[in-house]
Design a protein around this ligand. Structure first.
Ligand SMILES: [Zn+2]
Ligand SMILES: [Zn+2]
Length: 70
């Protein structure tokens, strides 16, 4: 695979969208691996800091509500 930005050989893949990246263009961003709700009704997230990010895609901060899934 080649880098999304410069088409040189890629070393990593964006954790969020799957675009390939070389070492020069790789960025880092916290990645939410998992969210859950505690018994007390609080939402918690397990986050990996420094995950590979392409700088192109736009991970949303908040989960979106899915309509018409029933
Ligand atoms: Zn590149
Ligand atoms: Zn991406």
């Amino acid at each position: 695979m080649e880098c999304w930005h410069c088409e040189r050989p890629a070393h990593a893949v964006c954790q969020f969208c799957g675009r390939a990246l070389c070492k020069a263009h790789v960025q880092e961003k916290p990645y939410i691996v998992h969210t859950y709700r505690t018994a007390g009704g609080q939402y918690k997230a397990i986050v990996v800091d420094g995950s590979v990010y392409c700088g192109v895609c736009k991970p949303q901060e908040d989960p979106i509500t899915l309509q018409d899934m029933e």
